[in-house]
Write a protein that binds this ligand. Structure first.
Ligand SMILES: Nc1ncnc2c1ncn2[C@@H]1O[C@H](COP(=O)(O)OP(=O)(O)OP(=O)(O)O)[C@@H](O)[C@H]1O
Ligand SMILES: [Mg+2]
Length: 346
């Protein structure tokens, strides 16, 4: 991968050096040989400065964008509970996309679906942490929030233009950019329509190479439908852990296309530009217990059985339809655990 840099100061220094070494050629009539030698020296200096700069600062190169799938696999298997499809599929999809022996012809586009607190943002952040040295803070990781960034349907055209411009500019700067669009169901219908030309095949044509980028859409869209379908599958004799991506994908594509939000009737779905629709299943009590234990561990606190029960009882309310899924997943655990830890310290 070539090192892309946009450090304006270094570019200025480069230009100044060329001017300084080639001198005021028009006045004194500098010899062409000296000019060529001067330029070669400057290019060498620039290359070296670039090399050292990228040793310490973030550049679009192997060091800053290591694409460490092994790290992702390890962290997901250690920290993510109750999402066997995500564990299996997301890692493989990323691996296949990043493999240099199989050059991609389009960006990788995934859509994560699920009820609140099932781990969608948690996984998207872990992807960023594994793929980029600076993780979610990387300048090549671009995160958008539906409610904060694209809340008003009346400003649809402005949002479309913003997405269009920012995606184009970011990919020009670094083809291995990651775009995370969170709360997609809170975005206005049609907001992604200009994005389709970037994420579909032929994305490597034009002014930049879009084929190496990764786009992830996160939404609650079809979360309830995932639960209903899971219950149906379980009633037909399948264990939760034996369900597959193919059990959910068609249903998710249809729901995303028909339900309110940024994906509704979008030409991204019509053009089949979304590669994977990934279900995040609603969590059950056993998963919540694992989240509680992990959170206590994060605090370096050894909980009693009573501590764990207290948090689970406070945090878990069950869905009225099936009475088996915790409505907020693991979302409220962090704060509940913090209270118990605090109370026991004081
Ligand atoms: N499946 C899970 N396994 C382990 N921890 C989880 C899981 N799901 C959620 N958590 C914990 O709960 C926190 C909140 O989850 P997260 O923000 O990923 O939910 P979400 O699916 O994005 O919800 P929302 O749809 O409301 O945005 C995470 O930071 C993580 O600590
Ligand atoms: Mg989220």
């Amino acid at each position: 991968m070539t090192a892309h840099r946009t450090n304006k100061c270094t570019k200025c220094i480069h230009i100044l050096l060329i001017v300084a070494i080639t001198g005021s050629g028009t006045v004194h009539g500098i010899e062409p040989i000296s000019a060529i030698t001067g330029t070669a020296i400057v290019t060498g200096i620039f290359g070296a400065s670039n090399y050292f700069y990228c040793k310490f600062a973030e550049c679009c190169d192997e060091r800053s964008v290591p694409g460490n799938i092994g790290k992702l696999k390890e962290s997901l298997s250690r920290t993510l509970f109750g999402q066997h499809i995500v564990q299996q599929y997301v890692v493989s999809a990323l691996m296949a996309h990043l493999q240099s022996t199989n050059p991609s012809r389009k960006p990788l586009v995934m859509s994560f679906h699920g009820t609140p607190g099932t781990g969608k943002s948690f996984v998207a952040d872990q992807i960023a942490e594994a793929l980029y040295l600076e993780g979610t803070k990387s300048k090549y990781v671009h995160k958008y929030l539906g409610r904060a960034d694209f809340a008003h349907p009346s400003r649809l055209n402005e949002y479309k233009e913003r997405i269009n411009n920012e995606v184009r500019k970011s990919i020009k700067e670094c083809p291995r950019s990651l775009f995370i669009f969170d709360e997609v169901d809170k975005m206005p219908v049609g907001v992604f329509d200009t994005l389709t030309s970037f994420i579909d095949y032929a994305a490597n044509k034009g002014d930049a190479d879009y084929t190496k980028a990764i786009f992830i859409f996160l939404s609650n869209t079809a979360g309830i439908e995932i639960s209903d379908h899971l219950v149906r599958l379980m009633k037909s004799g399948k264990r939760r852990e034996d369900t597959k991506l193919s059990d959910f994908e068609k249903m998710l594509e249809l729901s995303a296309y028909n339900m309110e939000g940024g994906l509704k009737k979008t030409n991204m779905i019509e053009a089949h530009a979304i590669d994977h629709y990934v279900p995040f299943m609603a969590l059950e009590k056993a998963h919540i217990v694992l989240c509680v234990e992990a959170e206590f561990e994060r605090h370096g606190y050894r909980p009693t059985l009573k501590d764990i029960q207290q948090v689970v009882n406070e945090a878990a309310t069950y869905d009225p339809k099936h009475s088996m899924f915790v409505t907020s997943g693991c979302k409220t655990i962090e704060k509940k655990v913090a209270v118990v830890v605090y109370d026991n310290k004081t």
